[in-house]
Design a protein around this ligand. Structure first.
Ligand code: ADP
Length: 201
């Protein structure tokens, strides 16, 4: 089974394009969703996070206040690394389990991994599909999707891998700068879907 790592910066359109692959029947494993699961109440990673960053990060119902955690680690690279050392192995383990549970005849699986390069997970995938767009477009989309301030959106964009680094690592690129309508994007996804099936089969 071919493992396709779908990556791209915040607001590039990863979820949008992953949903088109899913419509074509491709199995999609979403590490953003897994990242939320591994810090759910009762999970070992949540206990570790409380031990490292303070149990005041828990809400009264026992769930993690993810925004408060982000604020606590965002500006401090050492803390970010400490948090990733807790969450990344847990995410990886669950991702591998989901992959292993797919039917044997599956041609390829799409692994949506926003921080593929930042985490150094190139070896977890056989091909990298990049969703790319200019940073100004990322910022506009994130501001309107999440209702945050442009300067916060810029900070998030700048904290991630550069466009250059992503384009160098990519095997395939979907240019999602907004110039393509949904039908054109779907056509591109169809082409890639066929390529991946051929490559796998
Ligand atoms: P990501 O998952 O990479 O953070 P999303 O897929 O959530 O990005 O896209 C960010 C926002 O931009 C969403 O509100 C989405 O609807 C919008 N968007 C994505 N691609 C396009 C496009 N080609 N044209 C218009 N809006 C888009």
């Amino acid at each position: 089974m071919l493992r396709i790592g779908l990556t791209g910066g915040i607001g590039s359109g990863k979820s949008t394009i992953a949903s088109i692959f899913a419509e074509l029947g491709a199995p999609v494993i979403d590490t953003d969703a897994i990242a939320r699961e591994v810090v759910a109440p009762g999970e070992p990673a949540l206990t570790e996070i409380c031990r490292s960053f303070g149990s005041d990060l828990l809400r009264p119902d026992g769930s993690l206040d993810r925004a408060a955690l982000r604020r606590r680690v965002f500006r401090d690279p050492a803390r970010r690394r400490r948090l990733e050392a807790i969450t990344h192995p847990a995410i990886d383990e669950r991702m591998q389990k989901q992959l292993a549970a797919l039917p044997e005849q599956t041609a390829y699986a799409l692994l949506v991994i926003p921080l593929l390069l930042e985490a150094g997970w190139q070896d977890r995938v056989d091909r990298i599909l990049l969703i790319d767009c200019p940073e100004t477009v990322q910022v506009q989309r994130v501001v309107s999707r999440d209702g945050i301030e442009p300067e916060d959106a810029w900070r998030m964009v700048r904290s991630q891998a550069s466009r250059d680094a992503r384009r160098q690592a990519a095997d395939d690129v979907i240019e999602n700068d907004g110039s393509l309508d949904r039908a054109e994007l779907t056509a591109q996804v169809h082409t890639l879907d066929r390529c991946y099936r051929d490559a796998a089969g």
